[in-house]
Design a protein around this ligand. Structure first.
Ligand code: ATP
Ligand code: MG
Length: 409
């Protein structure tokens, strides 16, 4: 395959093995491959898991070849009857295979080195389709195979991850670089807290849908969204400027809702803001039971900005921290007093509090007050979350971190 004839490169991955069609084994090889292919500027446009069946596999290969220039198979290169990948490839490509003296010698040498007797079955692994190039396998018996046919590339890799991974790095990637046009990848990441996915997408889709390069991905989880841009070009400068063209208007639209541009999670972004200002925070939590403190301690070096906190789950403990109160424990007054007390008791620059009905029981499941106390005063805000315990607690901790972040800007 000549570099000049290669247009945009697309790949299909086929993971071979019936065990991965059950709940007991996962296909992780394709994830590893995808990360490396993407880094080379090759897009994975489809993947499939196929059981150990020669005809089905041949069908899958034929289909993959119609969709992509590069088809990578992993697994099914072993010595047993149910390892059918080589046979299926020969069937799909209408090519023959022959015992390869060099591969056979390498397999025999491996058995001799390990002091084991070679089973006759292992000879199957020395079968090589006509015209195939061989990738050595220093970590197992089955070599990898690289086959070019009709402008397409078909690659066969062993299934065990400890054999496949080094083969990808040592043999496959350098071989791919030989045939790929020069390609540079530029990326941008923006993380945003507390914005509903639909709202964020409505805001930025008018910008990114005009471009296929960079490609834009929006990844959402509870209260946390990441926008990723990936641009490809034949020079690094061109890739960066393609990214900038889309990143700039997106950054403008999202403004200070962006809490990180390097992938850092919210607790790290907040921690680093505090560190840069030489400030500290302490927490008082009720319904989150320590989740906020846990998140604030997840970043290495957090002792520089996190003083500690109080888990005041029962109202008796709230009273021990703030004194008598007659309002509801989930109220503006209690949230403010908890935040102020955490700040003072712990000797921190900032105090943050969370008090809410975690649900499914309680007066008003999902109702949460979050307080932030600083030198310039105490504020508290009311939130009505979903009344789903896990999700609400995650959202409460996320919201508390983001409210503190906004005060620090
Ligand atoms: P072997 O010579 O060991 O039989 P093989 O190339 O035939 O090698 P398989 O038999 O398909 O490989 O798989 C061997 C082991 O590797 C199994 O434990 C299997 O679960 C694991 N494996 C295979 N494919 C994958 C995959 N896509 N992701 C993760 N693990 C895999
Ligand atoms: Mg096998």
């Amino acid at each position: 395959v000549a570099a000049s004839t290669a247009p945009e490169w697309a790949a299909e991955i086929i993971a071979v093995g019936s065990e991965m069609l059950t709940p007991i084994r996962y296909d992780t090889n394709s994830l590893f491959l995808t990360a490396h292919l993407n880094a080379l500027g090759i897009e994975v446009v489809g993947k499939r898991i196929v059981g150990d069946d020669r005809e089905r596999l041949a069908d899958a290969i034929t289909h993959a070849l119609s969709a992509a220039q590069l088809v990578i198979l992993t697994g099914g290169l072993g010595p047993t009857e149910d390892d059918v990948t080589r046979d299926a490839v020969c069937l799909a490509l209408r090519i023959t295979q022959h015992a390869h003296a060099g591969v056979l010698a390498a397999i025999e040498a491996r058995f001799a080195r390990l002091g084991r007797k070679m089973a006759p079955n292992n000879r199957r692994q020395a079968m090589v389709p006509e015209g195939a190039e061989i990738f050595e396998n220093p970590n197992g018996t089955a070599p990898g195979l690289w086959i070019e046919k009709d402008g397409k590339v078909i690659v066969l890799l062993p299934g065990p991850p400890q054999e496949m991974r080094p083969m990808v790095e040592v043999s496959l990637l350098p071989r791919l670089r030989q045939i790929l046009p020069p390609m540079f990848l530029a990326t941008r990441r923006f993380r945003v807290a507390r914005m509903p996915e639909s709202e964020l997408d409505a805001l930025i889709a008018p910008v990114y849908t005009k471009y296929s390069n960079p490609a834009t991905t929006v990844l959402a989880k509870a209260g946390d969204i990441e926008v990723q841009l990936r641009a490809r070009a034949s020079t690094r400068e061109a890739a960066e400027s393609l990214c900038d063209e889309v990143a700039r208007p997106i950054e403008e639209l999202l403004g200070n809702r962006i809490y990180s541009r390097n992938g850092d999670p919210l607790e790290t972004a907040v921690g680093h803001l505090l560190r840069d200002r030489g400030e500290t925070v302490a927490v008082a939590e009720s319904c989150t039971g320590g989740l906020l403190g846990m998140r604030l301690t997840e970043t290495p070096g957090s002792s520089a900005w996190f003083r500690g906190g109080y888990i005041v789950y029962h109202d008796d403990l709230k009273r021990q921290l703030i004194g008598e109160f007659h309002a509801s424990p989930v109220s503006e007054e209690v949230a403010q007093r908890l935040a102020a007390a955490a700040r003072e008791r712990a000797g921190a620059t900032w105090g943050v509090s969370i008090t809410g009905w975690a649900g499914p029981d309680g007066e008003q499941p999902g109702l949460t007050w979050i307080g932030v106390a600083g030198a310039d005063g105490v504020t508290a805000q009311r939130f009505q979350f979903f009344g789903e315990r896990d999700r609400d607690r995650t959202l409460a901790a996320q919201t508390a971190l983001d409210l503190l972040r906004l005060r620090l800007l």
